[in-house]
Design a protein around this ligand. Structure first.
Ligand code: FES
Ligand SMILES: [Fe+2]
Length: 359
């Protein structure tokens, strides 16, 4: 469908068509979002209460896949939340249950998703079959966060081991989730435009004065790994930086921010005060919701760096440029552009991944 030259010096960006074509929009669901790991929830926060069964929708209004998380002693499993009889959604709300009972005609499943019982089916032949059990989706944990995929084609561990390479020293499990700062932004643009913008620091001096004042633009780096891009923002001498232990790969450097993006729609922004997760939720080719979840490690550093205020300002500035690009792509005179070999490695990698997935 699209071809992105592997040599950034020669490559052209994805054409405007990618962001506007309805068939491509649909293809992205199956070929990109179903095949890659999706952030689901904070498992520790979710299973704190008495409930052991949680219905969720995987990417509401996009993939719209009804699933249910079931906590069983110390394991969590994930199943389709759709009854194998006639498709009713089995679990409507979080609850404490010993088994799942469909409220349409009474089919029952155990907490391992296995078919148990169905009224009035005594005469049904060749029943139950394996497909009468609930389909199980794979789950993976990284620290307290839970991920799943409808049809995973990529090794979760490989990607997440990369994160540990630099983050092993942070007790992320004990960071405090801060609902008071967490919020969702409405962005009037295609989800991939939001990611394009995230993946380069090129625009920082032009668009983000406040953020630019705590990062040294000259030394800002971008590294591309399997299904992941890491951008490192170094301080300029006056900003707070991580207390990196001996032996850390960046020990001796003044790192102010680690920005991780996991293909296609998940970001982790680490600062000395903690981390902010971004979940990019596609809704229409012109509308995206972006959820910001804050986890605080050091409240004092958060206040010094004005963590939430800086993020709010940066986000509004990003929305302004991304929404303007959304309009610009409608021009009859724009087809695609070129990459800065020095500053747009992340966007180039993202476009290659998209092109490969849509083959
Ligand atoms: S749809 Fe569930 S029992 Fe009929
Ligand atoms: Fe930005």
């Amino acid at each position: 469908m699209y071809q992105i030259n592997k040599r950034i010096e020669q490559a052209e960006t994805l054409p405007a068509d990618f962001y506007q074509n309805g068939q491509v929009w649909e293809a992205c669901k199956e070929n990109i979002f179903c095949q890659n790991w999706q952030y689901l929830c904070d498992g520790v926060a979710l299973f704190k209460g008495a409930e052991n069964v949680y219905p969720l929708t995987l990417l509401d209004n996009y993939l719209d896949e009804p699933i249910v998380l079931i906590g069983n002693d110390d394991t969590v499993k994930c199943f389709t939340n759709v009854c194998t009889h006639r498709g009713f959604q089995i679990v409507a709300q979080p609850a404490k249950m010993n088994r799942l009972t469909c409220n349409y005609h009474g089919r029952r499943f155990d907490l391992d998703g296995k078919f148990q019982f169905m009224p009035e089916f005594q005469a049904a032949e060749d029943f139950p079959r394996p497909c009468d059990h609930l389909h199980e989706l794979p789950l993976h944990n990284w620290r307290q966060f839970i991920f799943t995929a409808v049809n995973p084609k990529f090794d979760f561990q490989k990607t997440w081991d990369r994160l540990e390479e630099r983050l092993h020293f942070l007790p992320i499990e004990s960071f405090r989730f801060a609902p008071e700062y967490s919020k969702t932004y409405n962005v009037h643009a295609h989800w991939a435009l939001y990611c394009d913008n995230y993946l380069e620091g090129f625009h920082i001096p032009f668009v983000h004065q406040a953020l630019g004042s705590i990062l040294d633009y000259g030394s800002y780096t971008t590294e591309c790994y399997d299904q992941m891009v890491l951008q490192i923002g170094y301080g300029d001498g006056s900003s707070l930086s991580f207390d990196l232990p001996q032996g850390h790969i960046d020990h001796g450097k003044e790192v102010t921010a680690y920005y991780y993006w996991i293909f296609p729609n998940f970001m982790l922004n680490f600062y000395p005060w903690g981390v902010q997760l971004n979940i990019v939720r596609p809704l229409t080719p012109k509308f995206t919701k972006v959820e910001f979840l804050y986890y605080i490690y050091d409240q004092e550093a958060f206040e010094i760096m004005q963590g939430d205020k800086l993020a709010e300002k940066t986000e509004r500035e990003d929305e302004f440029v991304v929404e303007a690009v959304q309009k610009g792509l409608r021009s009859r005179f724009y087809r695609s552009g070129r990459f800065s070999p020095k500053r747009e490695k992340g966007v180039h990698y993202f476009h290659q991944l998209i092109a490969e997935h849509l083959k």
